[in-house]
Design a protein around this ligand. Structure first.
Ligand SMILES: [Zn+2]
Ligand SMILES: [Zn+2]
Length: 447
């Protein structure tokens, strides 16, 4: 049965009352009461929270303390850690939650069985939460809302019942997938097979280390997989760069990518969620992407989705421009709103202080005469004159720095002088590619 997605508020009073769709949805129901010392025992998840995230790891650490680790088991634990994690990254996440590629039935079975070894719930439950995370990122409808703090997004949401029900999303496509439904029906058995039977059997039959296989490859690996996967919800929303958008918390960082088989390029992922890649550059670490690409080459995967390079570059450029705008705002620029003066006034003022006219602007060179690299006399002979031609090559073709500095000495605009901005060479070089916010364009002079 298809999930029911709440109606979008209609135009009119309803729509005006709320600033956006999320606040509209949040207003539909009361939050649960806050967790306190008197109610925590009824607000905690005893199974998935206490048993799986606290008791199981503690028992595992005690067992590991009493179990010697041999080299073969250590290698097998690492390998199995990686491939059971791939079940989540290439399967749960990129295939089923985001439909970023198509997989053959054989590959679907392999991924769904491997993912059971990571014990993160049946795929429908996982994908519903993850789609809500993308749909309602950083709001109370996002089950792992990073704005509630690092601890909440890492483990709190698994331990405690949410104060708000997570936002509704559509998972009808998954309900129509027979392999997904097969996993739901047999989930406990698959978990038993992949956490207990397979890792123990490989180490036991392979090199006689039955106990090590169970403790290290089965359970210790599971504890690590739980926490590294959680890092995508916590660390990847907490530290790193925002090369595509800084409106929300997702971040790109190599460290989280290393922990999560490439899922750490999370800023990109939240911008382009249906792209089968999380890392777009060839040197970035994304083994999940490489594996999906490899599967497509041997016929196990197809229809790998990628966003257009043009749009990806546009996203990156947006942030670069924002950084440039910030840098630009930190500098001091020529003053605007200059008085308009006529020629006669310019002449009389020039008798009192060293004024000269270049490219339609009156400049005051008080305090600069002795600093002029070309010598004081060249300036003196142009006081009270239009030195445009002399400045732009007639005497010396001035450098970018000289032109930028000249603009800082503007004190007025010559009436009926040169129309500003009509010739590129008369605009100070630092202002030629000025980064302007759209609000500034209509209200300010661009040079
Ligand atoms: Zn996220
Ligand atoms: Zn995602």
């Amino acid at each position: 049965m298809a999930e029911v997605v709440p109606a979008v508020p209609k135009a009119g009073n309803d729509a005006e009352e709320f600033k956006d769709y999320v606040s509209f949805l949040l207003a539909q129901e009361e939050p649960r009461p806050p967790i306190t010392w008197s109610n925590w025992w009824s607000e905690i998840y005893w199974g998935q929270g206490v048993a799986l995230m606290i008791v199981m790891p503690l028992c595992t650490f005690v067992a590991a303390y009493h179990t010697p680790l041999c080299t073969n088991t250590a290698i097998w634990t690492l390998v199995y850690y990686f491939i059971s994690g791939i079940g989540i990254t290439a399967g749960y996440h990129r295939l089923w939650a985001h439909r970023s590629y198509n997989a053959t039935r054989a590959l679907e079975y392999v991924l769904i069985v491997l993912a059971a070894g990571s014990v993160q719930g049946p795929i429908i439950w996982w994908a519903r939460g993850h789609r809500a995370h993308h749909r309602y990122t950083d709001t109370d409808l996002d089950p792992y809302n990073a704005r509630r703090g690092l601890l909440w997004s890492h483990i709190g949401w698994v331990m405690f019942k949410p104060r708000r029900r997570q936002g509704k999303v559509d998972v009808s496509d998954l309900r129509g997938n027979d392999i997904v439904m097969w996993q739901c029906r047999h989930y406990p058995w698959l978990v038993l097979a992949m956490v207990v039977v397979l890792p123990t059997l490989v180490a036991g039959v392979g090199w006689g280390d039955w106990k090590g296989g169970l403790v290290y490859s089965g359970f210790l690996r599971l504890v690590i997989v739980h926490h590294t996967t959680s890092c995508v919800n916590s660390l990847a929303h907490w530290f790193g760069d925002t090369p595509f958008d800084d409106k929300l918390t997702p971040r790109d960082h190599l460290f989280t990518a290393l922990l999560t088989a490439g899922e750490g390029y999370h800023n990109f992922h939240h911008q382009f969620p249906m792209d089968y890649r999380n890392a777009v550059k060839w040197y970035q670490y994304d083994p999940t992407k490489w594996l999906i690409w490899l599967c497509s080459k041997v016929g196990l995967a197809s229809h790998l989705k990628t966003f257009s390079e043009n749009e990806i570059r546009k996203g990156r450029l947006t942030m670069e421009l924002r950084h440039l705008h910030k840098k630009q705002e930190e500098l001091v620029w020529p003053q605007g709103d200059l008085p308009v003066v006529n020629w006669a006034s310019f002449q009389s003022q020039a008798e009192l202080r060293p004024l000269l006219c270049i490219a339609g602007f009156i400049h005051d060179l008080e305090g600069f005469m002795g600093e002029h690299p070309g010598g004081k006399h060249l300036l003196q002979q142009n006081i009270g004159k239009d030195a445009t031609a002399a400045f732009f090559g007639g005497v010396y073709n001035h450098s970018n720095a000289a032109h930028n500095l000249l603009a800082m000495k503007r004190v007025g605009i010559l009436h009926s002088g040169m129309p500003h901005g009509t010739e590129e060479r008369y605009v100070p070089p630092s202002r030629l590619l000025r980064v302007a916010h759209i609000k500034e364009l209509s209200s300010q002079c661009v040079h």
